[in-house]
Design a protein around this ligand. Structure first.
Ligand SMILES: O=C(O)CCC(=O)C(=O)O
Length: 216
């Protein structure tokens, strides 16, 4: 990312800092029927913002300790113990991530600005197993922003045949609260193509940013 781009994010951050979190902007939000607490917002960011975020992420080291590459901001998450504590704090979020966290708070998705972001990189054929985000570690809202490629996210419930598949388009966010956060597991199937409304979507490199507020 160039200095000019960083300045752009910083300037916008200053502009938004005076806006109270919790005030909802007019947004093209879709309440996804079938699961309480599941929201989907297409075009949460612009094409230009997507490109700049992808550039910015190349300034940070990718960790290769999982099948897919990841980056952790704010706090490192321990996948083995499934815990977060103060010793795993890596510092404040960088300004450009605070900016997007602020945008999510302004839109009413977070009561408090998120302070932890995990970046996942999925190459075609990669995914993430069905899980519920750590309950003692994170607050009531989880938001995932898709960059690059889209993918299908599957929602399933333990001891139930219920299943919902949601297409996550590039630049969209999916918001998990209440039942979507605590009762349904979410997963990204490991495959190279998704079928969406009768058409085939071939996956390319997808990068997601998942925003959370750490609970101690
Ligand atoms: O890639 C995504 O959108 C979801 C990521 C996720 O579920 C996680 O990091 O726990």
């Amino acid at each position: 990312m160039t200095t000019a781009t960083l300045d752009l994010f910083s300037e916008v951050l200053e502009e938004t800092a005076s806006v109270n979190p919790g005030k909802s902007d007019a947004i093209n939000q879709q309440v996804v029927s079938g699961i309480n607490g599941l929201d989907y917002v297409p075009d949460f960011i612009t094409l230009d913002e997507e490109r700049k975020i992808l550039e910015k992420l190349e300034e940070t080291e990718w960790l290769g300790d999982l099948e897919r590459r990841v980056q952790h901001f704010g706090y490192k998450y321990n996948y083995k113990t499934r815990r977060i504590d103060e010793s795993l704090r890596v510092g404040d979020l960088p300004k450009w991530l605070i900016y997007f966290g602020e945008r999510l708070a302004r839109m009413g998705f977070f009561e408090e600005r998120p302070d932890q972001v995990i970046v996942n990189e999925y190459l075609p054929g990669q995914g993430i197993s069905a899980h519920i985000d750590c309950e003692p570690c994170f607050g009531d809202t989880v938001v995932s922003l898709s960059l690059g490629s889209g993918c299908t996210m599957d929602f399933t419930k333990a001891n139930s045949a219920d299943k919902l598949s949601l297409w996550l388009a590039p630049r969209s966010i999916v918001v998990l609260k209440s039942d979507a956060r605590y009762c349904w597991r979410h997963a990204i199937p490991k495959r190279k193509k998704d079928e969406v409304d009768g058409r085939i979507e071939v996956r390319e490199r997808r990068v997601s940013l998942t925003f959370r507020k750490v609970k101690m």
